[in-house]
Structure formats: C-alpha cells, structure tokens
Write a protein that binds this ligand. Sequence first.
Ligand code: HEC
Length: 326
Amino acid sequence: MRVYLKLFLPILFALPFLGPVEGAAGEADWSKIAQKEVTLFYPGVASWEFLNGDDHRLGGREIKKGKKDCRHCHMSKEGELDLKAAEIASGSMKMKRSHSPFEPEPKAGKKGTMKARVQAAYDAENVYLRVEWESKGSGWRTKGEPDRVSVQMNRAEPSFARYGCFITCHNDLNSMPESPSRREVAANPAYGGREDVRLYAFYAKNSWDSPRHGDRMKTGLIDLKSIEFENGKSVARDGWVFDDRAWEEKESSGTGTWTHDRYSAVFKFKLKSADKFDVAVSEGDIIPVAISIHDEGASRRKHYVSFPLAIGLGAAAEVRASKLSN
Ligand code: HEC
C-alpha cells in the first residue's frame, strides 16, 4: 500500500499542472500533437549578398544558379546542422575572400545554435502554429528588453521555399555592416523621415535606396507574424515584408507565455485569408515557414534563425499539421 501511495501521490499532485497549460491558447491539446525539433543557428552578418558572393564560394555559385537549397549543403539526411555557427557566434571566424568577420560584435558565451520544438494544427477556420524553446526568460521577467519569436511565410516564391528569411536579409539593413547612416536614410524621401532600413526581399529592391521596377507583390509578399514577450505579457503582431518591413494596425491573435524554463508561443491565423498582407492557405497546402528567435534580450539582427521548414495542412511535410475535430 505504501509503495502505491508513494507512486500515486506525486502523480495526483501533478495532475492539475499536467492539464491544458498550453490550452491557454484554447484550441488544441498540444500534448497530443507531434513535435518537430528544429535547430536554429546564429547567422552573424551572413546576408543575401554574402550568400550570393565569392565569400560563400561553392555556395554562392550554386545559389546564383538557383538549384540547391541551404539544407542541401548544410544539413545531413538525419537533420544535423553542418554549419560553423559556434565560430560565427564567438566572433572567431572570418569570411574567406574579404576577411570580414561573420560577427563583428561578438557577445561572450553566445551559443552557435539552439533548439526549438514546432507543432501545427488547424480546424475549419484557423491554423495554429506552436513554437517552444528553453530560455531563462529575461524578456518575460524584465521590462525593456523583450524576447520574441517571428515567422515568415510565403507560398509562391521558389526562392523563399529554398532560402527562407535569407532572401530578406541584406548588408545595408540597420545594424548590418553596410547600413547607411541615420541621417542618410532620413534624407531619402522614400523613407518619409524614418531613420532605419528594415528587411526587404531581394526581388523588391536592389538596395536600400534603389527600388526595383515591376510588381511581384502578388507572389512575393512575405507574411510576417511575431509574438513578443515582455514584463509578464505577450503581444502578437502581424506584418509583412516586401520592399520594406511593416506592421499592420489590425489585431493579431497569438498568445505566449514563459514558465519555469521555457517559452511557448501559439500563432493563430485564418485559413483562406482575404487580407492581401496575409498568406492565404487551405487544407492540403504545404507552407514554407522560416522561424527566428530573439532570446535573452537580443535585438535587431542578433537572433537565431532556421532554414525554411515545410508545414503541411493535412499534407505530408516535415511538420504535418493535425486536423482538430471541433
Ligand atoms: C552548394 C552548397 C551550398 C549551398 C546551397 C549553401 N551553402 Fe553555405 N556554405 C557552403 C560552403 C562550401 C561553405 C564554406 C565556404 C568556405 O569557407 O569555403 C558555406 C558557408 C556558409 C556559412 C559560413 C559558415 C560556415 O559553416 O562556413 C554560412 C553562414 C552559410 N554557408 C549559410 C548558408 C545559407 C543560409 C544557405 C542558404 C541560403 C547556404 N549557405 C547555402 C555551401 C553551400
């Protein structure tokens, strides 16, 4: 009897806590939905220009041809990352041709990689995408230095499916090595007095001050959603990247929390959205998604990023979204 009690009591006490913690999002019982572990890495200042240039050697040549994707060369069949991310984060590695550092402002102790767990589900109206990662929760526990998880999504651009968010990362963005001065940006009428250059897709602008002609907005618009954690609260934002990165005014539904040692965030977005700034998805679709995480108060470019990940809405893909029965 005593043995039974010893075994059962802790379980009984634990029961209320095992319940729908994640159910805070209300819609899915995440404990029943398959998790995919994803490795994110610290890219330093590795930009679209680096990726297409001589510093990337063989990689640059192949990306210009547009055939092989990042994983083809940087990930084993078993999903092991083959990329010198620790050397980038520590600041010890230089680019081969230019000898520029991959990280000009290294932070002591910054790790090269981190793991996140990704889950997805959908019902008749919405898609739910959950991301969870271990963290000390500095953004959640303090004011002023939020942590956040963001996703970029696009279904129509082959370059996005192959290279993900790297198609939006450039040497002239704010906090990147060739960023123009605040004054220069403010003096450019296209920026309306703003002082910083933000993400843009390579097919929408040649550089910060040189827009491209021809409108690829229909296929090229990248949906951007973000959940930010600060001072015990989460805030969800919905935006887009094309020739700029912008946030929309509308409410965005997404929730997140930090407990003990981890963040969890659930993005919620409509199926078949008619909003031109949203990715429109239906059952049976495969959606390429790129994830970035700003942790420990990291800001601007100092995030971890994933290669694009395919999410299947009831279709076979790396992450298969489960259909909810409600
Ligand atoms: C055709 C193969 C190939 C493809 C495709 C490719 N790379 Fe590379 N990548 C390489 C090689 C080879 C190196 C090492 C270059 C050297 O230093 O000689 C490299 C180096 C890098 C580095 C520097 C760190 C390191 O491990 O040397 C980063 C960062 C990187 N690649 C990111 C990417 C990303 C992101 C993509 C997709 C957008 C990509 N690569 C696509 C072959 C490739």
